[in-house]
Design a protein around this ligand. Sequence first.
Ligand SMILES: Nc1nc2c(c(=O)[nH]1)N=C([C@H](O)[C@H](O)COP(=O)(O)OP(=O)(O)OP(=O)(O)O)CN2
Length: 198
Amino acid sequence: MLIRKLFKFESAHIVRNCSSDRCRRSIHGHSYKVEVLLEAHALDNGQMVYDFGLMKGTIKDVIDAFDHAICFWDKDDPEYIRLSQEFSARWISVPVSPSAEQFARVFFVVIDAILKNTVMKNGENDVRLHSVIAHETETGYAQAFREDAENPRMGLIRLQDLVFSEQVKAEWHDPHMMDKLMAGEAFINPEVPLQIKA
Ligand SMILES: Nc1nc2c(c(=O)[nH]1)N=C([C@H](O)[C@H](O)COP(=O)(O)OP(=O)(O)OP(=O)(O)O)CN2
């Protein structure tokens, strides 16, 4: 079974080398929608794949990092990068160009790591990330599956190559969230007292 949770953020970027002229050399913004699809073949104690509410912690924070931020490719012109960092308190540096395709892959890599590091406490069974859909506009989206996220032909995405500005980190529930993720520290879900036994 699949479940899907939708997140939204507003973000600015340039996508270098693309065919659309407006897109490749003008800073522009989108109202992004990100769909996170989780898969399981059994249900937890609440008879759910994974409680939607649990996705409003670390997973929501990492997506919301991009809200009201400028996102740039770390291979972009150093002067563009410098000015983005100077004039925007909220910025994210990514190791791939910020197309819809790469947003979907970036979120897949991070959310997959979060789920793998999460200690689930309510009888969840083999919950895994199925795919991530990044809607750039009302009419265009990209969907990344595991084979896309891990595909070196699409560019390598490693957690340590994502850089979040100090302002972005300061607004997280835990400003050290990404450091903890990279160090392999567990994210522990809350205990749930069992009320009724099936
Ligand atoms: N495959 C992709 N194509 C394009 C991407 C992308 O990320 N992946 N990105 C862009 C631009 O960022 C552009 O701003 C969005 O393109 P487009 O869909 O053409 O935008 P419109 O606002 O014109 O959308 P309409 O709904 O068609 O009016 C370009 N291509």
